[in-house]
Design a protein around this ligand. Structure first.
Ligand code: NAD
Length: 307
């Protein structure tokens, strides 16, 4: 299968690298970071995993989609604030039969893909893996977890089964869900509760529960998000999203959230697609979201300061 990964950062390299290890796959990494793509082409992709360094030599790194051409499967892994720009900038990858898969965090990625390449070619999901870039051509597989994917209409189609089988064969444990929108919102609410608060306070995920002040804000942010989901008619997978978010805090207690890492590394965050999305959707539906509004504005301020 010909696979193009758009956005070959930490997660794009994880999925691209694993998929490239199967001889039946031809994997192209597409990224605007030229030094990184050159390193992949010259020395292979170095993946740190379980204390070992694995080298994947079968990948082709590209800074232009024309080097890859139409793929069978395009996996989108840019930060969600850049999805529209990246899909438009890599149009040559999308032929009439190219299936596009987003496993990104944040709200809006599926809608952008539907608009840009057509609803029938889009599948979505979530990933519980964790990964970090270490430098050009080098990344760390930091934590293992499930990938859950599905058709937008919930069907268990032949093509979704084929993509799930492909990921499984590459060593990425995968399940199929009939409720992709619910999955995306389940993950969104976890990010709503953890990411901005850790980025503002500098706390690790687990530490949010050690202080009544941050624990209360986490609860309020997630409750507001759940109220927006209910108003939209989204069927969440978790009956108690606050309890689920706290479980994730405990399970990832020592982690620095991606938004905290972005702020510390002076990068733009995904705030507009996480807490900012709750504010936007809430405003459209008449649901009040004052905590998410405050968290969003504080992160925007920090981003401005750190530019
Ligand atoms: P990242 O910043 O490491 O990688 C994104 C890559 O996209 C970068 O290398 C960047 O150069 C590239 N890029 C930017 N604009 C581009 C364009 N126009 N065309 C092509 N490439 C472009 O990000 P990440 O940590 O891999 O996260 C990707 C997505 O996955 C995010 O939505 C994130 O929230 C989600 N996610 C990340 C993790 C994690 O542990 N890192 C876990 C789960 C989900």
């Amino acid at each position: 299968m010909k696979i193009a990964v758009i956005g070959a950062g930490a997660m794009g390299c994880l999925y691209g690298g694993k998929l490239s290890a199967l001889p039946e796959n031809q994997v192209f990494l597409l990224d605007v970071w030229k030094e990184h793509m050159d390193a992949v082409n010259e020395k292979g992709l170095q993946m740190e995993e379980d204390g070992q360094v694995l080298t994947y030599n079968g990948l082709k790194g590209c800074t232009s989609a024309s080097e890859a051409g139409p793929a069978d499967l395009a996996v989108i892994f840019v930060k969600s604030t850049l999805t529209e720009q990246a899909v438009r900038g890599n149009k040559e990858v999308f032929g009439p039969d190219t299936l596009a898969l987003t496993l990104q965090n944040g709200l809006g990625n599926i809608d952008i893909l539907k608009k840009e390449i057509g609803e029938s070619n889009v599948i979505g999901g979530t990933t519980a893996h964790g990964a970090t870039m270490l430098g050009p051509g080098k990344m760390r597989h930091a934590g293992k977890g499930k990938t859950i994917i599905g058709e937008l209409d919930g069907r268990e189609s032949e093509r979704i089964k084929a993509v799930a089988a492909l990921l499984e064969k590459a060593g990425l444990e995968t399940e199929i869900s009939g409720n992709v929108l619910g999955l995306v919102w389940d993950k969104l609410l976890v990010n709503v509760g953890i990411n901005a608060l850790t980025a503002i306070t500098g706390l690790h995920n687990g530490e949010l529960l050690e202080h009544p002040e941050t624990e209360r804000l986490l609860e309020k942010a997630v409750e507001e998000g759940a109220a927006v989901a209910a108003a939209k008619g989204v069927a969440l997978g978790f009956a108690d999203p606050v309890a689920h978010t706290k479980d994730v805090c405990r399970a990832t207690a020592a982690n620095k959230s991606s938004m905290l890492q972005d702020i510390l590394n002076r990068r733009q965050t995904e705030i507009d697609m996480i807490n900012g999305a709750i504010v936007r959707e809430g405003a459209a539906l008449g649901v009040q979201t004052p905590v998410n509004e405050t968290l969003s504005q504080l992160i925007r301020f920090l981003q401005k300061e750190k530019k």
